[in-house]
Design a protein around this ligand. Sequence first.
Ligand SMILES: [Zn+2]
Length: 564
Amino acid sequence: MKFKDFKYERPDMNKFQNEFNGLVQRFSDAGSADEQLAIVKEINTMRNHMESLSQIVQIRHTIDTTDAFYDAENDFIDGAMPLYMEMVDKYYRALDTSKFKDALRKELGDHIFNIIEVKLKTFHPDIIEDLKQENMLASKYTKLRTSAKIMFDGKELNLAQMVPYYESKDRLVRKEAQEAATKFFEENEAAFDNLYQDLVEVRHKIARKLGFDNFVKLGYMRLSRTDYDDKMVAAYRKQVLDELVPLSLELRKRQEERLRVDTIKYYDEQIGFTTGNATPKGDSAWIVENGKIMYEELSAETGEFINFMLDSELMDLEAKKGKSGGGYCTYISDYRAPFIFSNFNGTSGDIDVLTHEAGHAFQCFQSRDYELPEYQFPTLEACEIHSMSMEFLTYPWMERFFKEDVTKYKFNHVSEALLFIPYGVLVDEFQHYVYANPEATPSDRKLKWRELEKKYQPYKNYEDNDFLERGGYWFRQGHIFSDPFYYIDYTLAQVCAFQFFLKSTEDRKEAWDRYLKLCNKGGSLPFTGLLKVAGLDSPFEQGSIKKVIPALRKVLDSIDDRNL
Ligand SMILES: [Zn+2]
């Protein structure tokens, strides 16, 4: 079946609620573990259906935000989700207090009970209205961002369409493109500030109602982090500061030499070479065709996967008017179907979609036999291992896409990955500041952001851009608005992906086998448990970052980048 034939009908929430609560009641009254397990199965079916409807709406809404039907359905789902969460909360309480918990653990695994333990602390019926408000505000951010109409290069462009200009070989074009995009955020400064202020307030209020001092701990729990805390994260950020910030200075120096400029300015960061960045050597149809060959050659499992994605039309790749920015992968369990969303723009980022988002999609596909929604994918830092590692595991095929630019691509990919980690932890530290200091004002926040940039990105040079110099860059970082505390997950995963990369250069088969094992485990284990399955060092272990640097340095030093 093709995606366009996936059925959406607005759910009757009253009916759903009656049935769901009925099942939960039967669960509580059940006289045996077997009986309870049978009801869990029925509940899984109902939940998978509700979550599938919500995913279908999200996908269709983001593909065309001007479609009135799905715009309304998106609002409906935003409003309905807290009610649904309340139902799931009741169900979790029933599971948690089951007389047959030990027998259930044997069948369902321990991890679901770990998840329940933290989830129960994140919800109470008293916060439903606040959650609705939070969802609405987060959607408002997306709307505000997609409303950007930037006049540039004689065209009216959205933010996603501006990206290729940031990589222009012409320094003046890069500068003007960055200024034009920044202007949009500056013109809407009060709107972004107010929106974030409201988000911080409502999150703080929710946290207080649930008995927390502030939102920090709650933020971790919402992400189902059962095996690490903010202290471990702070120690990890320290490793990044000590090991990767000095390396990032070296990399920027090297970039300066390549670009033959005195100082890298903020608008130079995204171009690696005077001859331009590596670009794919064909249009989107050609990219997809080569992606198909790549995954068919990579393994039997990826071959089956890519053909399923193509046959069912589960990818919407090209940028178009009205489409939301960014890229994502999601999963529609009723159809056992992953979905990939992106905005192709002619840069190497298009190939990253075929590797990164496809890595996510491949994991969902491999985990499709898990009936428990909780096990269909793991916590987000583990999810990013699948995607970021796929970027490296597909290196042998990159020549197909980049031809003569392949060395450029690989150099930039490794270099950018290293440079990204300090930025990622900066976003994290910023959010720790914001939620630990809910009384801070918008201008306090901007000052803090700029201070942290100086700590983690000491090379940042905003030249004459007043708005960025005042600490306004983070308005662009959607995660800060919509997904608190999520961002660091990319960096944790990157450290793991480096390990897969280095393993694959030593022993490809072993690296692939471990990767497959990881994908097959889905979300049935917490982050650190999954790392053990895949034979990876935890980024939280002291020295784990230091350990990968020499080999990565060797990769970079084996390339004569000045002549690319
Ligand atoms: Zn991802």
